[in-house]
Design a protein around this ligand. Sequence first.
Ligand code: OXD
Ligand code: MN
Length: 596
Amino acid sequence: MNTNVTSNKFVNEWIAEMAEMVNPANIVLIDGSEEQAEALRAQALATGELFKLNEEKLPNCYLHRTAVNDVARVEDRTFICTSKKEDAGNINYWMDPKECYAKLSKLYKGSYTGKTMYVIPYSMSVVGSDFAKYGIELTDSIYVVLNMLIMTRVGLNVLEALGDKADFIKGLHACAQVDPENRYICHFPEDNTIWSVNSAYGGNVLLGKKCFALRIASYLGRKEGWMAEHMLILGIENPQGEVKYISAAFPSACGKTNLAMLIPPALYKNQGYKVWCVGDDIAWLRVGKDGRLWAVNPENGFFGVAPGTNEKSNPNALHTAMRDTIFTNVCHNLEDNTVWWEGLNNDLPKKAIDWTGKPWDASKFDKKDKSTYAAHPNSRFTAMAANCPCISDKFDDPAGVPISAIVFGGRRAKTAPLVYQSTGWQNGVFVGSIMASETTAAAAGAVGVVRRDPMAMRPFVGYDMGDYWAHWLKMGKAAANAPKIFHVNWFRTDDEGHFIWPGFGDNMRVLMWILARCEDKVDAVSTPIGFVPKAEDINIEGLDISIDTLKGLLSVDKELWLEDCKGIHEFYKQVGERVPAELYEELAALEERLSK
Ligand code: OXD
Ligand code: MN
C-alpha cells in the first residue's frame, strides 16, 4: 500500500507506522474539495451512517446517530500522558506514556481491517497566520471527516504551509468496537500526539477541538507564551461603529453558544447596537505589540448543543444550523424529514424516530422524565461559522481581535452575584481559579452536582492545574494592557428554584456594565469579593424586574462565601503543591475581608 500520500517525509513515515498497526484496506488523503466531500456523503448515505434531510427545508443537512453508549465526552477515560505524573497534575487522569502506547496499540491493532484510512490535514486558526497550528487526523470514520471539514480548516494548503517540517499534531482515531470499557482519549503533549479509540462521539473524536485546541494547545501555550482557553469571543458594536471584544469562559452547556450569538434587547437594538460572534467555545490568546491580549477562535464551525436552541434562546444558532449541518442524536421528524429536539418548539412530531433509532411516541412525552425525550440532552449540530448571521467580519482576521474584558461564569444557585469585577489581574486569576458550577449533560456522569471548574478548563488543561494558574499570572505580567476580569452568574434562583435573571439577550445589560467599567465610565460598590454594580447602573428598562430584585441579585452573602472558602481550600489542596502562593494570598485576603 502506498503510504506516501503527502510530500512531507515526517507525515508519510508516521502514516506508514500507524497503517502498519491499524491495517487499513486503503488510504485516502482528504483534500478539502467539495467533490470529495460530496462523494463521502454519498457513501455514508449508502451505508446508513448518515440520513439526508429535507433538501428544501434543510439544504445540505444530514442526521447521524451514535451508539447509545457513546453520547458525551468521557472524562474518566481521558488521559494526559506525560513522562512525569506530577506534570499532568492531580486533577487530570494520568497514564505513563509507554504503558499507554502499549495498551492502546493492542486496541488499535488491525482495527481498520477492510476499512479506509482517511488522512485529514487541518489547521486550527487561519492557515499561515501567527496563531495557526497544524494537525493531521487519521480516522476510519466518514462522519469524523465530514465534521472535521466543518469544524476546522481542512485542505492541501495546510500541507503546503507545513512544508517539510515535523511541526504538526499527530492524531489517530479508530472507532474500533465503540466499546465503552476500552474507550480511551489519550494525549501525549511531549510527543504532539493524540490517540482516541473506541468512541465515535464528537468531543472524543474530532481531535482538533478539545484534544488539540485545548489540551495540547494549553500545554504548547505555556511553553511558548500564549493561552488556549475554553472561551467564547464576542464583539459589541456601538452606534458609532466601534467594536469592543469580550471573551468569556463558562463550563460546558452553560449557554456559551447563546451568549456568543446574543441578540441585543430592543433597548440597545433601537439605539443601533450590534453583537458579533467571533467564536462560541475556544479562544487562543496572545499578547500583541500594544500590550493587549489578542484572541482568535481557532475553529471553523460550531459543535453546539441542540436541545433548548430555539427562535427565542438563540435564533442565530438556529439559522446557522438550517443549512450545511450535521445533526447528531436529535429526533428525526418523519412528517417532513426534518429534525426536532426538546425546547425547539411545542410542535411535538407525531411521526418520529428518537435519538436511539426507535419510533418515538409523543403522547408519552413527559418533560420531567428524560427517558421519554426524543433527542439526547447532549445532541448536537455541527454547523459552519460562515453560515452564522451574526458572524464577525474579524472571524477570519489572522491578527484576531483585542480583548477588553475576560468574563468567567458558572451556575451558582445562591453564592455568586449577577456580576462582579475583580480588583486586578492577580485577583481575577483567583476568581477564575475558584469557578464552580453544577454539572451538565455535556460530559458523562451525574448531572446537577456542584464542582469546581477553574476557568471552565478542568477537563481541558493539558498539564498541572497549579502550573496553569501560574501561567495565567505570568501572562498578566506580560500584557501591559491586560483585559479587566469579571465574573457573572445568570443562574441565581429564588426560594422556589426559579431563575431570577431573564438571561439570553438580556445578558447584554450586564455586558454593557462590564464595558462601561473597562472604559472607566461608571462607578461600582466595593465588596469583600470585588466590585459590584450599583443597582441603578444595570439598565432594567423593559424588564419585569424591580430594582429591589436586582439589588438581591447583586447581593453578597458573607456567610455563604465563608462557607464557600472552605470548599476552595479543599480544592486547592486537591490541586496540590503547585498552587501559586499568590492565589493562597488572595484566598486569605478574601477570608479576612469576609470576616470583618
Ligand atoms: C463542548 C463541551 O462540547 O464543552 O463544547 O463539552
Ligand atoms: Mn465547550
